[in-house]
Every structure is written in C-alpha cells, then in structure tokens.
Design a binder for this molecule. Structure first.
Ligand SMILES: Cc1ncc(COP(=O)(O)O)c(C=O)c1O
Length: 378
C-alpha cells in the first residue's frame, strides 16, 4: 500500500465531514467482552422486554425454508396487512429497514444543501444525522423549559418560527425519544394547518402503541386532509422485532412513490416481512406488552420519587432521569452491575440518563443498583 499521506476526510461531502455517527445502546455481548460480567440486563434501546410475538417467531421458522430466494421487493403481503389494519390504500405505504430507513429516504428525496430541516432540541438524534448527511441546514428550535408542563418537549411555536421559504422538512417525534413528551391532537393539527403544504412534515410515531392519553392524535385520519404528512412507525418497539429491522411510513401516494425511488430494491428482508405480518395479527401480544409497560413505568417512577430523583414524565417505554452524580459515572457504575442504560448528554440533557422499562424483575435490579450507586456517590 502507498505510504503517501492522505486526507480522505477532505474528500468526503461537506455534510459528512463533521458528522458524528449515531451512538447506539451498548450490546450485551460487548459488555460481556469488555467487563467480563454476566447476567446482563439491557435497558438501553427501548426494546420490548416481553420479546417478539410467538406468531412472528413461528412465521420466521416457516420462512427459513426459502432464504435462498430474494425477498418480495415490494413487500406485498405486509403492505396489504398494514393497509387492512389502518384502512389506507397500500399505495400510501413505504417499507423501511427500520423506520430510520424512511427518515433517510425523506432526507434524500427532499433535502439538499439549498434547503433546511426544522426539528426540536432534544429530539431524536437521527433527524440531524440524515439532514446533515445530505448537506441541509439544521434549524433547531428551542424546546420547552424544564419547568413546563411537558418539560424539554417540542415547542410548536418555536418550531413554526423557524420555518422559512427554504424549509423542506419538519421532523416531529410524538412521543419524543428521549424525553417521552408528547403533543396533543389539537395543538399538532393546528401546527400542521399553519405550515405551507410544500413543507414535508414527518410525524415519527415509533412509540405510538404505548400512548394511552386520550388527547393523543389519531394522525392516520389526517393523511387525506394534510397531504404533506409522512407518518413513520416501527416494528422495533412494542412489536419486539428490533433485530429484524422493519418499519414503515404512511403518506400521500405521490410521496410514497418518491420515497420508493431511493429505496434499495430489497431493503426489507424476508424474515422481517413475514414476522411483521404475523405480529400484526397478534394484538394480544401488544396488549400484554402495553400493560406490562404501564405497570413497569409506575414501578420505576414511584421509586424515583421515593429517591427524590428528577425525571421527565414519559408516555413511551422509557424514562429519562437525573441523579446528583455525573451521567458518565452512573452509566459506568451501572455497567459494572451488569445493567446497560443510556447516558443522553448527547441530547443536550446534561446528567440525564434514559432507562427502558423492563420486566418487573429487570426494573427491580435496575432500581437496586441505582440506589447502591447513588448512595455510595453521595
Ligand atoms: C423516536 C424514534 N424514531 C425512530 C426510531 C427508529 O427505530 P427503528 O429504525 O428501529 O424503526 C427510534 C428508535 O430508537 C426512535 O426512538
């Protein structure tokens, strides 16, 4: 190999040169390797602690017989199942390798160095990533203050104020990760009405199934009225299929057509398609998972209150909290106890950490370890 000096970074397109890659939750195998601990509890990536639907697993086993074949590039059966479930035309549906894939399609289709994307401070980390990668300018709106009714949540007035003639995409997470905050139907629809129709509004509903608030929007009913809306959802969270990477969007068919133009021909694999289709037909698994999440959330937040810890009330399957210790110290000490949570300083939430709601036993282990760490550190 040539020893000539090189600077490949200088060759990269401008948006990529300063891009910080997404930092995922630490995998269990990595913690085992690095710290030699076993009996690990991972509460770092908002996965479903009850696992996948047994029907999805059966469907995967059956599909193992045909792995030599390419998947259905159009995902016909899954799109049909989604179309039936949500009473939309299957031409409105785009399948993604996780809903992240769809966020990337939106950026590639609608953004460029000439345009900007609007999103909130403390919003899901992938919005700046996909926007910056295509050279778009980032318009980051100030979030609600710490003492607001929805602390650190999206502030729609501030977001609206950043929309200008060069705005092409607005990203809204409802609920948002990592804050767990949410927007009610009236506020959100009046925001959508107020935004010009040539601005694409991505409504990221990765955690929609967990939300029980009565004022939470039924956004699918808006697709006909608001053609600039792209609703993204995923099978990674309550459906318990994160490892298979499968998500989707529902939008105006013309937008779906554009998203499909940049999609890899076989972006979603056979197992993901059959598992997701089967999981849609197992509402009992979803009900069980949502119930378990509600009681786990209660278990954890009650303990936080007893411990006097600040936390952000969340409607998702995770909750962000703060101790008196630096976040990196708590994270490290937790790892040594065999518990993986997520420091979220990169979300501009200094000293906050996020924990996914686990099973009752996992939550108990997390809380015991947290008490030990905070008592030793105080
Ligand atoms: C708000 C939000 N949107 C989208 C995603 C992407 O999930 P996936 O690509 O697994 O569908 C996540 C995952 O953490 C998320 O928290």
């Amino acid at each position: 190999m040539s020893k000539q000096s090189h600077n490949f970074t200088a060759l990269a397109v401008e948006g990529v040169r300063t891009l910080q890659p997404y930092a995922p939750g630490k995998p269990i195998s990595e913690l085992q390797r690095e710290y030699g601990v076993s009996d690990i509890v991972k509460l770092a990536s908002n996965e479903n602690p009850l696992g996948s639907s047994p029907r999805a697993l059966d469907a995967c086993r059956a599909a193992l017989q045909e792995l030599e074949l390419y998947p259905d590039g159009n995902g016909f059966a899954l799109k049909q199942a989604l179309a039936d479930k949500y009473a939309v035309d299957s031409a409105c549906i785009t399948l993604g390798n996780g809903s992240n894939d769809i966020l990337e399609f939106v950026a590639r289709v609608f953004l460029s160095p000439r345009y900007n994307a609007v999103f909130s401070r403390h919003a899901f980390a992938v919005y700046p990533l996909v926007s910056q990668a295509v050279g778009a300018t980032l318009h980051v709106a100030a979030a609600n203050s710490a003492d607001a009714a929805m602390p650190y949540g999206h502030n729609l007035d501030n977001m609206r104020a950043l929309v200008d003639a060069d705005t092409r995409v607005i990203f809204i997470a409802n609920p948002n990760n990592p804050t767990g905050t949410w927007l009610d139907a009236d506020s959100l629809e009046s925001f959508i009405r107020d935004v010009p129709v040539n601005v694409i509004i991505v409504l990221d509903e990765a955690y929609v199934e967990y939300v029980r608030e009565k004022d939470y929007p039924n956004s699918l009913a808006w697709i006909d009225k608001h053609p600039n809306l792209v609703i993204t959802r995923t099978f990674s969270k309550v459906y318990g299929l994160a490892g298979l990477r499968i998500g989707y969007s529902i939008s105006h068919p013309d937008i779906a057509d554009l998203l499909n133009r940049v999609r890899q021909p076989f972006n979603t694999n056979t197992l993901a398609q059959v598992a997701a289709t089967a999981a849609l037909a197992d509402p009992e698994h979803i009900d069980r998972s949502v119930e378990a999440n509600a009681s786990g959330m209660q278990q954890i937040t009650t303990a936080f209150e007893r411990m006097g810890l600040e936390y952000i009330p969340s409607v998702g399957n995770f909750v962000s909290f703060k101790t008196a210790l630096p976040e990196a110290q708590v994270y490290e000490s937790m790892l040594r106890e065999g518990i993986i949570i997520r420091p979220i300083g990169n979300y501009d939430l200094a000293d906050f950490l996020r924990v996914t709601i686990g099973t009752e036993q996992q939550n108990e282990r997390f809380l015991k370890a947290l008490m030990k760490i905070t008592e030793a550190g105080s």
